[in-house]
Design a protein around this ligand. Structure first.
Ligand code: ATP
Ligand code: MG
Length: 416
């Protein structure tokens, strides 16, 4: 057991919550991600607390407070800084099946730490005594940049297969090498990832993608075989293409999740929608990512070709233009395209941007006529309408001057 003192500079709000619980005789510790990140020199506000107090007690001591996942014994408490802190009663697993756990309250911090996944996540810190309690030597693993399971790896993965992907994420995020025993068990557990729900796989992936550099985590997904199990659609990607995709993803800001997803799922081609549905992405997210992936295939206009610029915008959509250009630039850097090609791309982008700025119509909704005008011409409403309006748009794309109500009605009459 490794105990030592350290000042992790917990926020005053955390100290105050712990103080109130300890004053009533309830042992209370900070645990998990905040302790780990503080030891690594980072700081964050989401300090999670573990306590011997049961949820009803926590709720009485702190008002307002809200039960969140009461079955897990977690109460959300508002700190004096206005932030929400999660206070969770010590617990132990009594039954696990690889996907869910049945838990009960425990009396001891040590029982609570024993059910945590990795040693670096099983370090407790007492914000009043400024003392670390680290029964699994997580600090040594942090110092040596090692990811290691708490206890017997094969058993720990079998209790909850989500730990497989969590481990890949932590190793990627903190550049940890995975301990041999943990790695061997992890690889053996990979085929069981099919038992996890799409939601959990998706949430994990989004956490990987939210890191500034997502490449190390994604590389581990592939190296461990997890990628092929949870995203079989990506199985055919060759090494060189994969390396390019990782560079492209890291070349896109981490807040631009849809762009990163379009890069990652791009090779799934026509299967992107089905894949994202399985992962329970929302319809809006699916639409956005599939549209971006598809738009990447639209040929950019040559220098000076404004008509081509309008065509491109029509195909890609005004609202997606900036994102598609971002993907194009990230793609060129990732391909290590020669300078000539990049200059060319910049010129092409400028054509598109000038069309965008001109306000010239590139969509049916931007035409000077609509379905009502067709009705006044005596045309019976029906699917013909969209064909006629598309034909008007064809004409307006070639010559924006045509976008005038009278001239367009004339154009329609000619067609009738
Ligand atoms: P992050 O920075 O991603 O939030 P975190 O360490 O805070 O990292 P959480 O998922 O928020 O991760 O979980 C908090 C803590 O709860 C973890 O540090 C770990 O101790 C424990 N934990 C979470 N999920 C599991 C799990 N599936 N198995 C075992 N322990 C877990
Ligand atoms: Mg967390």
């Amino acid at each position: 057991m490794v105990d030592r003192s350290a000042d992790l500079d917990a926020p005053d709000a955390v100290v105050q919550i712990v103080q109130r619980l300890e004053d009533r005789g309830y042992e209370t510790w900070a645990v998990g991600g905040a302790v780990r990140d503080a030891l690594l020199g980072g700081s964050r506000y989401d300090w999670d607390l573990a306590t011997s107090a049961h949820p009803d007690v926590v709720r009485k001591l702190f008002k307002p407070s809200y039960p969140i996942g009461i079955q897990f014994g977690t109460v959300a408490v508002r700190g004096i800084d206005g932030n929400i802190y999660e206070v969770t009663t010590f617990r132990r697993d009594i039954e696990t099946d690889g996907r869910h756990a049945v838990v009960e309250y425990a009396d001891e911090l040590d029982e609570d730490l024993a059910r945590r996944d990795f040693t670096i996540n099983a370090i407790a810190y007492h914000p009043l005594r400024k003392e670390l309690h680290d029964p699994y030597a997580g600090q040594d693993d942090l110092d040596q940049r090692t990811l290691r399971c708490v206890g017997e790896p094969a058993l720990r993965f079998a209790e909850d297969y989500l730990r497989v992907v969590r481990g890949l994420r932590f190793a990627g995020r903190y550049q940890l090498s995975i301990d041999d025993g943990t790695w061997k068990a992890l690889i053996e557990a990979v085929p069981n990832l099919t038992r996890l729900s799409g939601e959990r796989i998706r949430e994990e992936l989004l956490k990987v993608l939210s890191a500034r550099s997502a490449a190390p985590g994604l590389a581990l997904y592939r190296e461990s075989g997890a990628l092929g199990v949870v995203y079989p659609e990506l199985n055919g990607v060759a090494d060189e293409e994969w390396a390019r995709i990782l560079r492209a993803i890291d070349g896109i800001g981490e807040r631009r999740t849809a762009l990163r997803l379009a890069e990652l799922f791009g090779p799934a081609g026509p299967h992107i929608e089905e894949m994202m549905t399985r992962l329970r992405f929302s319809n809006a997210e699916i639409r956005k990512v599939t549209a971006l992936a598809k738009a990447l295939a639209a040929p950019l206009p040559a220098a000076g070709d404004v008509v081509g610029g309008r065509r491109w915008l029509r195909e890609v959509g005004r609202e997606r233009a900036a994102d598609v250009l971002r993907l194009q630039f990230a793609g060129a850097r990732a391909r290590r395209a020669p300078p000539m090609e990049r200059t060319e791309l910049a010129v092409q982008a400028r054509v598109v941007l000038s069309v965008l700025g001109s306000g010239d119509p590139v969509a049916i909704g931007e035409l000077a006529i609509d379905g009502n005008d067709l009705k006044t011409l005596g045309l019976p409403p029906g699917p013909e309408y969209s064909r006629i309006l598309e034909s008007c748009l064809d004409a307006v794309i070639d010559d924006p001057e045509l976008n005038d109500r009278e001239r367009l009605l004339e154009h329609v009459r000619e067609q009738m």
